[in-house]
Design a protein around this ligand. Structure first.
Ligand code: PBG
Length: 327
């Protein structure tokens, strides 16, 4: 048989397969999203996200300790306030829930890298990501609020802020606010390319942040578009974003690759609540093998080009890396 090129030659044995692996991942690129709520003694499971919990600030350190033990050193906090109003004032209150979480986390674990999701939807009575004018989310009026939220998070101890609201110009507004207040070294990870997605469903249950009317399509992106992703990414890069995020991850791998091609900034992808929920549900029914699906899904995102991966499976993935299943 005259065949000198045989791809199978490089697939024989685990050592060789690992040697020629094209995608390498490591724990330092994982970020774990976490929900904190008012109260004490609370560790309640989120019904649509089995295995994920809402923690009160006093319970949160136990979860953080587990995470650090697994080798995951970065967390993104989402606050669930007791009271909401039309202007989402809980988002920038000095004693707001997420501010308390930052203070406690940094006090207990100074080396834990703490990121703040900057948005208003968990804090507004109407559930939209900005200030309303009638039933329309007013872009420019919202900017000063977002800047204020970011500043209050950084003052409480956030190491990085991540605006997820999708208002135009918010990276510049936040950058200016942080710089003017002496936080010129605090990076911004922009949810630059965020699609209007049904994959956020379980998150909105978890955070009670579903819009009271309408949807988010006038500010989040249409999932038919990919050139627009490049436009959003370049705009945010120009406004001073340090890291660009694509969200969701699983159905948007082409978008990750496209954005990666056009910028030198690190690219993050957020494997969102619906992705988590689908894997959990499929595995619970015995239809797919949970660990294998988690590994394959994560590797897909890295192969597409992500440098940073936000996932509710961060701890599990770190464990699979230890076991040598992926990495
Ligand atoms: C806030 C925000 C959302 C998510 C992250 N930040 C919800 C939304 O835009 O409706 C979703 C995360 C997830 O689904 O895991 N705007």
């Amino acid at each position: 048989m005259e065949m000198i090129i045989r791809p199978r030659r490089l697939r024989n044995g685990v050592n060789l397969r690992k040697m020629v692996r094209e995608t390498r991942m490591d724990k330092s690129s994982l970020i774990y999203p976490m929900f904190v709520k008012e109260g004490t003694g609370i560790r309640e499971e989120i019904p649509t996200m089995p295995g994920q919990f809402r923690y009160s600030v006093d319970q949160m350190p136990y979860a953080l300790e587990d995470l650090l033990k697994a080798g995951v050193g970065s967390v993104m906090f989402f606050g669930i306030p007791d009271h909401k109003d039309s202007h989402g004032s809980g988002a920038y209150a000095e004693d707001g829930i997420v501010q308390k979480a930052f203070r406690e986390a940094k006090k207990r674990f100074p080396d834990l890298y703490c990121i703040g999701d900057v948005c208003m939807c968990e804090y507004t009575s109407h559930g939209h990501c900005g200030i309303l004018r009638g039933e329309y989310v007013d872009n420019d009026q919202t900017l000063s609020y977002l800047a204020r939220i970011a500043l209050s998070q950084v003052q409480a101890g956030a190491d990085m802020v991540a605006p997820s609201d999708m208002m135009d110009g918010r990276v510049e507004a936040i950058r200016t606010m942080l710089d003017e207040n002496g936080y010129g070294e605090t990076p911004i990870m922009s949810y630059a390319v965020k699609y209007a997605s049904a994959f956020y469903g379980p998150f909105r249950d978890a955070a009670g942040s579903a819009p009271a009317f309408g949807d988010r399509k006038s500010y989040q992106m249409d999932y038919h578009n990919v050139r627009e992703a490049v436009k959003e990414a370049m705009l945010d890069a120009g406004e001073g974003a340090d890291i660009l995020m694509v969200k969701p991850a699983m159905s948007y791998l082409d978008v990750i690759s496209r954005v990666k091609e056009v910028t030198d900034l690190p690219i993050a992808a957020y494997s969102v609540s619906g992705e988590y929920a689908m894997i959990k549900a499929g595995a619970a029914l015995g239809y797919v093998d949970e660990a294998s699906i988690i590994c394959e899904t994560a590797a897909g995102a890295y192969r597409a080009g992500v440098d940073i991966y936000l996932t509710y499976f961060a701890k599990e993935i770190a464990g699979y890396m230890d076991e040598g299943r992926i990495g």
